[in-house]
Design a protein around this ligand. Structure first.
Ligand code: HEC
Length: 195
């Protein structure tokens, strides 16, 4: 009986997967996925991984159970990689694989000055998402002769680990971040022309 039920579920899942695949290919055949849809989907995965890593690994083991710390100098300190470093290592891996898009974590109040916005679109986008909680920012920009679709998504303090670490960090320009607040943004850039 149990087995019968299990195979029923796997059949249903299989059918669902086929429907999803069929749905995607039919959408692709009528003009493809829009850059915004692509950026939104990529961001959904990034945001999920980032939240899960922060809550289940860093916040639980460092802040709640006090088993191991997260540290910028994770190798020397034999510590957990910071959520921002985890995110950057992923972005670097995507860049190595030439996946056709790029992404980064930035802020108007960066601990690491390299994470400050550089292009006009990044500056305007980060300001917009900080002033309009819950909203994303979408634009197009031309860099090095290539047109890009650029999306900026709010990066929110999802766990106490986020605010406590930034607020007490010696290089942080702000010490008043609160839980639920926008601390920075994820910038996703997709080229609009084939090179
Ligand atoms: C244990 C300390 C620590 C924790 C926990 C932490 N951060 Fe950070 N965060 C940092 C440090 C240090 C950097 C700079 C890392 C780098 O790029 O070298 C950083 C970078 C960032 C950046 C990029 C801009 C900047 O400040 O350089 C954002 C945005 C950010 N963190 C938000 C968050 C959020 C949201 C959380 C929770 C999900 C979080 N951080 C958790 C220490 C921490």
């Amino acid at each position: 009986m149990k087995n019968a039920r299990r195979s029923y579920y796997s059949l249903t899942l299989g059918a669902l997967a086929m429907l999803v695949i069929a749905g995607c290919s039919s959408e692709a055949s009528i003009g493809g996925i829009s850059p915004q849809k692509m950026a939104d989907s990529l961001h959904a995965v990034m945001e999920a991984d980032r939240t899960v890593y922060t809550r289940l690994i860093v916040n639980r083991l460092q802040n709640e159970e006090k088993v191991i710390k997260a540290s910028e100098h994770w190798k020397d300190d034999k510590a957990l990689v910071l959520p921002a470093q985890m995110f950057r290592f992923g972005a670097e891996r995507v860049a190595e694989n030439e996946a056709g898009f790029s992404y980064s974590l930035q802020s108007l109040w960066p601990v690491n000055k390299q994470n400050a916005p550089k292009t006009e679109a990044e500056k305007t986008g980060l300001k917009f998402i900080a002033e309009n909680p819950g909203k994303n920012y979408y634009t197009e920009e031309k860099l090095g002769g290539v047109n890009y679709f650029t999306a900026v998504y709010p990066d929110v303090a999802v766990a106490p680990a986020c605010t406590t670490c930034h607020n007490k960090h010696k290089d942080s320009p702000r010490s008043d971040f609160k839980i639920g607040e926008v601390m920075g943004g994820v910038v996703i850039r997709i080229p609009l022309e084939k090179s």
